[in-house]
Design a protein. Structure first.
Length: 187
């Protein structure tokens, strides 16, 4: 069975852990998670917001003002909004993606959900997705699975599955590379 503990380390991990503890204390874990998820979606969908977050040229005051406007417009409030403003005030907004992922990992750990990342050359059909979920459940002892699907045509075929710190690479690209290496050794 794969190691279930999420990796929450560094700046992002410390902030995520502190927020998780505070959210648990206030019994607002779900609300905070939804707020962070909404902000993460906004961030992923906006090049301008990404520039604001990652560009060190902006002062803390400018980041706080801009982030506050985004939070107000998106109707993200409470502990999640206060947390994002705090991160901006501490000039740590560049790590917000990791903080959001870390918080989600801690919530999943608390709820007994195992996160699995599957890389495939094309989107999975519903039938194949179900087969992958069942296979992963068998390995993780029947835990609930949160499946993150990544599409990477470069793997050509097969799939790469990562659960915790364990990874199985059954991609066609890897198999072809190993055959190529074996052929070099023969000739």
């Amino acid at each position: 069975m794969a190691d279930q503990s999420p990796i929450v380390s560094g700046i992002a991990g410390r902030y995520a852990s502190a927020l998780f503890e505070l959210a648990e204390e206030q019994k607002a874990t779900d609300q905070v998670g939804k707020g962070l998820q909404a902000f993460g979606a906004l961030l992923a969908g906006s090049d301008d917001l990404q520039r604001l977050v990652k560009n060190p040229v902006f002062t803390a005051e400018e980041q706080i003002k801009a982030v506050s406007a985004v939070l107000d417009k998106a109707k993200i409030g409470g502990l999640a909004a206060n947390f994002i403003r705090l991160v901006a005030s501490k000039r740590r907004l560049f790590a917000i993606d990791g903080m959001i992922r870390g918080f989600a990992s801690l919530v999943d750990l608390k709820n007994g959900v195992v996160t699995a990342e599957v890389t495939v050359p094309a989107p999975l059909s519903a039938k194949n997705r179900e087969a992958v979920l069942e296979a992963i459940k068998g390995v993780t002892g029947g835990n609930s699975i949160a499946l993150n699907e990544k599409v990477d045509p470069a793997i050509l075929g097969g799939l790469i599955v990562k659960v915790g710190s364990k990874m199985v690479d059954a991609s066609l690209k890897t198999k072809l590379n190993s055959i190529k290496l074996a052929m070099k050794e023969v000739g």
